[in-house]
Design a protein around this ligand. Structure first.
Ligand code: GLY
Length: 568
């Protein structure tokens, strides 16, 4: 009898999984909305909005649920950036980036130069001190209105009772199967019976549920102090990592002054250093100076944008890092005189060679982004990451969550590229307590007469150019949100000297013209599933109290609103 009931329950849940897979990718309506990479998380966000939570409550709940249902990048063992704007126009920017442990030194990874799987990406040394729980607690304290327990509880239930694995989640786990199989603790959870969980099966994470319960009951202290901190530090010590209880106790998420700039009549806010909001701003401000006749879509506008990106990435690698440490020149990114010089240095007819060539590299987009809007018009954009897909692919002993490999975002070995092919400078060298530079830059745009838009993307270094291209589509090209997300993307990051383009997405005549100008064209293979660039999840608070939520059509995310608009 019990077995039959269990079978019926599983059948009901499997049906729910099919529904989850069928969730809309874009929705227009009212009452608020959520766009996220994983359907169950988006549905929980909608439930929180329906129950009277605001966008901040829903965003915190979605973030915790993603730590259960989207293990590739949702996390409590990683970090990220939050930006929100309430209906009155107040902006909150929170930096919950990981920090280097107190025992980390500049030389930590130097001896491994040339190694294909250095310890900045694999193993316990790869992890920075996690920031997510502190960041979400701070965001909730500053902007939420429901009780903390209420927004953490849905994640606990999904970890304890299990969630139904969608094709999306199964595919995500399968794409990293070999790495997940290396650590027996990780394999036990994510490769039950040695295989990725099948779509429709139930994935339970009881140990993670216990960890989340401590966070529910004691807030951030439940993670950074007491039993969890002790177990995390002991596990690190035993396995050769550096994170101590002291590091955890000292971790602080920071409220940052948001970076604001005007672009073609729109008011833009994004996250400042150590995120790459300054790079996004520099590129946009330079584009605003490009002659009008090269702005229409085509080879010429692609050439200008690629050349600007090349120069802005060089600035990123030399001037951007943790602002608490020397060498960071954040103001340079928005300095009008400097931007004028940057634009003047572009040759309108020829690609400028980067200083050195390096071979084209494979890269997996990681990280995840979700956005929320509520009925009052508050928008939240959160990008969060473990760095590589599934972080260092090691579950913390006895705690049930995956740890990040964010130390690789430092300039670990001068002159060598990191996971994203970035070759970074001294400004981003390893130092105790320092935050590593990030490409994340969740962004909000206030478009007069059109509404408030919030978006972001995973994709390592392509986050910056993906977010920028959405901004250009919304403003320069006046495209609706859904078209802005669907528009083909390209990317140039200085090293390697290649213009990456989404395969078969651009007019071959444009590509031929770009090659003639000297651009080395590389069809993108960024995403292990789609091969495309970026995965944007966006919302908008539209005039008349309407809400819009949109998932990137390149993958299988969900864009849901509280009350979908019905056809007249
Ligand atoms: N871990 C990718 C980034 O923050 O840039």
């Amino acid at each position: 009898m019990i077995r039959r009931l269990a079978a019926l329950l599983l059948l009901a849940l499997a049906t729910a999984a099919l529904t989850a897979a069928d969730l809309p990718q874009t929705s227009l309506g009212s009452g608020g909305g959520v766009a996220a990479e994983e359907g169950t998380a988006a549905e929980v966000g909608i439930r929180i909005l329906r129950e009277g939570g605001n966008a901040a409550d829903a965003a915190v709940a979605v973030a915790f649920v993603l730590a259960v249902t989207w293990p590739e990048a949702g996390n409590i063992g990683g970090g990220g950036f939050w930006i929100s704007r309430d209906a009155g126009g107040s902006v909150l920017a929170i930096d919950f980036r990981e920090t280097a442990p107190g025992g980390a030194r500049r030389e930590l990874f130097l001896a491994e130069a040339g190694r294909p799987a250095p310890s900045s990406t694999e193993g316990p040394l790869a992890s920075g001190v996690p920031g997510s729980v502190a960041g979400l607690a701070l965001a909730h304290r500053r902007a939420g209105r429901l009780p903390w327990k209420r927004v953490v509880e849905p994640a606990i239930a999904l970890a304890r009772d299990g969630f139904v694995v969608s094709a999306n989640v199964s595919e995500s786990i399968a794409s990293e199967r070999a790495r997940l199989a290396k650590d027996p603790r990780t394999a036990r959870i994510f490769l039950p019976g040695g295989e990725p969980p099948a779509p429709g099966s139930l994935l339970r994470q009881p140990v993670l549920a216990k960890t989340l319960e401590a966070i529910r009951d004691r807030g951030a202290d439940g993670f950074y102090r007491g039993e969890i901190a002790r177990a995390l530090a002991e596990g690190q010590k035993k396995e050769g990592g550096l994170i101590t209880r002291g590091d955890l106790g000292r971790y602080t998420a920071r409220v940052r002054r948001p970076l604001r700039f005007r672009f073609l009549g729109a008011e833009i806010v994004t996250t400042p250093a150590p995120s790459s909001g300054p790079v996004l701003a520099e590129i946009a401000l330079a584009v605003a100076r490009v002659p009008d006749d090269v702005r229409p879509p085509g080879a010429e506008s692609m050439h200008w944008l690629a050349e600007i990106e090349k120069r802005a990435f060089r600035d990123r690698n030399q001037l951007l890092g943790d602002p608490a440490f020397p060498g960071v020149a954040e103001r340079a990114f928005t300095d009008p005189a400097r931007i004028a010089r940057l634009v003047a240095s572009v040759d309108p007819a020829h690609a400028t060679r980067t200083a050195a060539l390096s071979e084209v590299f494979p890269e997996k987009p990681t990280t995840t982004h979700f956005s929320v809007v509520d009925r009052d018009g508050m928008v939240v954009a959160v990008t969060t990451t473990l760095n590589d897909s599934f972080g260092n692919a090691r579950v913390a002993p006895g705690l049930g969550f995956l740890m990040n490999n964010e130390m690789d975002d430092f300039a670990t070995r001068p002159g060598e590229k990191n996971l994203y092919g970035l070759i970074q400078g001294e400004v981003n060298s390893v130092a105790p307590g320092k935050r590593m530079t990030s490409s994340m830059c969740p962004t909000i745009a206030v478009l007069p007469g059109r509404g408030v838009f919030a978006w972001g993307s995973p994709g390592g270094s392509t986050i910056i150019t993906t977010n920028l291209q959405v901004l250009l589509a919304l403003t320069l090209r006046s495209q609706p949100l859904v078209a802005a997300l669907a528009a083909p993307r390209f990317h140039q990051q200085d090293f390697p000297d290649a213009l990456e383009v989404e395969k078969d997405a651009f007019d071959p005549a444009w590509i031929a013209a770009l090659e003639k100008m000297g651009h080395a064209i590389k069809p993108s293979d960024r995403d292990p599933v789609s091969g495309r660039i970026g995965r944007v999840h966006a919302v908008a608070a539209l005039p008349g109290g309407r809400s819009e939520a949109a998932a990137d059509p390149r993958r299988h995310g969900a864009g849901l609103v509280v009350q979908p608009q019905t056809a007249p």
